[in-house]
Design a protein around this ligand. Structure first.
Ligand SMILES: C[S@@+](CC[C@H](N)C(=O)[O-])C[C@H]1O[C@@H](n2cnc3c(N)ncnc32)[C@H](O)[C@@H]1O
Length: 221
């Protein structure tokens, strides 16, 4: 992982590459279908309402947004005075997040990196966000390992993933990457679970609403 440095405007960039977006492009990561998608369609800027509700009363600290994409949740947390690090393998997504952060005069840290090879600083974060990351094993398990390693004792993981009930609706259809509440409970076995619940999302395309499963849990030890 390349380290990050401060810019005059408060945004942070990798020091070894300067580009118009102010982000360092990791040469090891190829242009992906996510880069393609973010280039072609405007991604939502609205943070997860469940995250907003669960985190709104927490004292701001350091947050890590895994697979932050274009930064919906990263930017909401930054507005709430969290010091946020977003990590994603899509350079296009991160560039959009950085552009928005600048226009809102927000200070965020963004890292272009593959989560498969990412070792977070241990026990540094007060909140880890994992939203809409639909991986098959072994990456699915790795996400929770990264989160646990990054969190301080007593700090929170927020997880949102598409529920298996949503097969056939918009979004991923491979059951191996979707979740049931029981499967999420198993993944959070090493955490103290505060709540696991389902929530529906209305689809803009007029299709039936899809269901997400949300987990809110604490690192115990
Ligand atoms: C559905 S989007 C979710 C983005 C964001 N969390 C949100 O909810 O708006 C999935 C994101 O995961 C990122 N991603 C996929 N595989 C990744 C990997 N191996 N390492 C880092 N990011 C990855 C993609 O680039 C994409 O931005």
């Amino acid at each position: 992982m390349t380290s990050i440095s401060n810019k005059k405007d408060g945004s942070k960039i990798h020091p070894d590459v300067s580009s118009s977006s102010g982000l360092s492009h990791s040469p090891k990561i190829a242009f992906s279908h996510w880069d393609q998608r973010y280039s072609q369609e405007a991604w939502s800027e609205i943070p997860d309402p469940e995250l907003v509700n669960l985190a709104k009363d927490l004292e701001p600290g350091r947050a890590l947004d895994l697979g932050c994409g274009t930064g919906r949740n990263t930017l909401w947390l930054a507005k709430k005075r969290w010091l946020v690090t977003g990590i994603d393998s899509s350079y296009v997504g991160l560039s959009q997040a950085m552009t928005r952060a600048r226009s809102l005069n927000l200070n965020i840290e963004l890292i272009h990196h593959d989560l498969a090879e990412y070792d977070p600083p241990t026990r540094q974060f007060d909140l880890v966000v994992v939203s809409n990351l639909h991986f098959a094993e072994p990456m699915r398990t790795r996400l929770f390992e990264i989160a646990k390693s990054a969190l301080k004792t007593g700090a929170y993981i927020y997880f949102l993933g598409r529920h298996k009930d949503s097969i056939g609706h918009k979004g991923p259809s491979d059951p191996r990457v979707l979740f049931s509440a029981t499967e999420l409970r198993d993944k959070l076995i090493e955490f103290e679970i505060v709540s696991i619940f389902k929530a529906e999302r209305n689809s803009k395309s007029g299709r039936p609403p899809s269901t997400n499963v949300i987990g809110w849990a604490k690192r115990e030890d």
